[in-house]
Design a protein around this ligand. Structure first.
Ligand code: GLU
Length: 467
């Protein structure tokens, strides 16, 4: 698959959408270009040898600051991939109205080949390299987790940053996806997967669109296959299942699982944690070539692993009516044309997996305000509700039961984060949907890019870059 140029694919999507905007070509060219590409090679002592580590940070667009985007640890990291992912972050932030430019980082390592201490060393050294060149900071560039990284790495990053910037009051906002104890926000870990659910639920709520696909309205009863059982795949399938979907297949790199009656996601997660694999899980059929699982009968397919998974080679055999891009760039443009001809609804990455960066934005706001969401009004809300209950009891003469009262409580940080995420995903879907319907023949992806370009273009024009 090395012949697939990921950055070029993103550019192709932008060009397709640009035709439906009124911006001059020069402005579109500026929007498309990566503003800054930083490639680093640094030495790290691993055991008794010195290893040269290849790493990147790409800031795609400075039209809004800070720039924002995750850091990936994978031995497939390369400049083309990081540039493509950085560009996607720009469009993603724009679609969900998160006021950041796009960025992305990557370290070319397989984290499984290193001890925790070695990973810490590599992460701290990488952070130091970013600090040296101004490629990290709460007002400059704010990394987050991505494939192969999580809370642990974000902790090392924030700690290193604070060591070099001890007097910076907002230093905790230099990275998001941190553990709660280090300034993280409740609901960040599940955010991308939960956002995928909100997005797909919104797609399935449009009766006319569902009718065209031959599907019923709503998520309930939909047969779903998810590719990837990492953070995004796990939370997507978990929340989808909690809301009535039937998860018939889970594909991982070591193979896939299929059960037409549905797979209990929590049970499978427990099995995976105990056995370090999903192989031989007794309550589903094991499929050795996991990519073949994506070709099984289902209503919704969610690729939630890596890019370029659905290509012109396997696209003709995909049977799903809806494909929800949990991952970034899982479908190539050639594959997309094949799928669109079949009438598949593709809910694209730049919208569907934007829940992660949306909640990252909330975390950054929490860090800048130095107070957790709900801290000031939680108790006040709860006592107001209680007073209202008492008044209802008094005036109606009827007793409200304890279980009924328990439903009423002041909003916690998690409640507020989920509410903000849900609202964002619903509104953004409707905005894209409106463009999609207006232009009739364009894809949902093109509509999402038109939505993004209109906002980014307007921002550049207002900045006065193009007098
Ligand atoms: N890595 C995630 C993404 O691709 C999250 C980025 C962020 O939170 O900044 O959207």
């Amino acid at each position: 698959m090395s012949d697939i140029k990921f950055f070029q694919n993103v550019q192709t999507y932008v060009d397709q959408a640009a035709a439906f905007t009124n911006f001059p070509k020069g402005l579109i060219d500026q929007i498309k270009a990566c503003n800054a590409v930083y490639q680093i090679n640094f030495p790290v002592k691993i055991g008794d040898r010195i290893e040269v580590i290849e790493a990147y940070r790409v800031q795609h667009s400075h039209h809004k600051l800070p720039t924002k985007g995750g850091i990936r640890y994978s031995d497939m990291v390369n400049q083309d991939e990081v540039m493509a992912l950085a560009a996607l972050m720009t469009y993603k932030c724009s679609v969900v109205d998160v006021p950041f430019g796009g960025a992305k980082g990557g370290i070319k390592i397989n984290p499984k080949n290193y001890t925790v201490e070695q990973l810490e060393k590599i992460t701290r050294r990488y952070t130091f390299e970013l600090i040296k060149k101004g490629f990290i900071g709460p007002s400059l560039d704010v990394p987050a987790p991505d494939y192969g990284t999580g809370e642990r790495e974000m902790s090392w990053i924030v700690d290193t940053y604070i060591q070099f910037n001890p007097s910076q009051i907002d230093a905790a906002g230099c990275v998001t996806g941190k553990p709660i104890s280090q300034g993280g926000v409740h609901g960040r870990t599940e955010a991308t997967g939960r956002g995928v659910f909100y997005g797909l639920r919104q797609a399935c709520s449009h009766a006319e669109d569902m009718k065209k696909l031959g599907l019923t309205v709503g998520i309930e009863g939909k047969k779903v296959i998810v590719q990837g059982f990492g953070n995004v795949g796990y939370y997507t399938s978990k929340v989808m299942q909690e809301n009535g979907a039937i998860i018939v297949g889970i594909a991982e790199f070591e193979g896939g699982l299929y059960n037409a009656k549905g797979i209990d996601i929590e049970d499978l997660k427990k099995y995976q944690l105990e056995n370090k694999t999903i192989r031989d899980y007794p309550k589903a059929k094991f499929i050795k070539h996991s990519n073949l699982l994506m070709e099984h009968e289902c209503d919704i397919l969610v690729p939630a692993a890596l890019e370029n998974q659905i290509t012109k080679e396997n696209a003709p055999r995909i049977k799903a009516k809806i494909i929800g891009e949990g991952a970034n760039g899982p479908i190539t443009p050639e594959a997309e044309s094949i799928l669109l001809k079949k009438g598949t609804l593709i809910v694209p990455d730049l919208y569907l997996n934007a829940g992660g960066v949306t909640v990252s934005y909330f975390e950054w706001l929490k860090n800048l305000s130095h107070v957790s969401f709900g801290r000031l009004d939680h108790r006040f809300q709860e006592s107001s509700f209680n007073q209202l209950m008492n008044m209802i009891e008094k005036n109606t003469g009827k007793k409200i039961s304890k279980s009924e009262r328990d439903v009423i409580h002041g909003a916690s940080e998690l409640d507020l984060v989920r509410s903000g995420l849900e609202d964002t995903m619903i509104h953004s879907y409707e905005n894209i949907h409106e463009i999609w319907k207006k232009h009739k023949k364009i894809s949902f992806r093109t509509a999402a890019y038109v939505n993004a370009l209109n906002k980014i273009g307007a921002s550049y024009m207002e900045l006065g870059v193009f007098p």
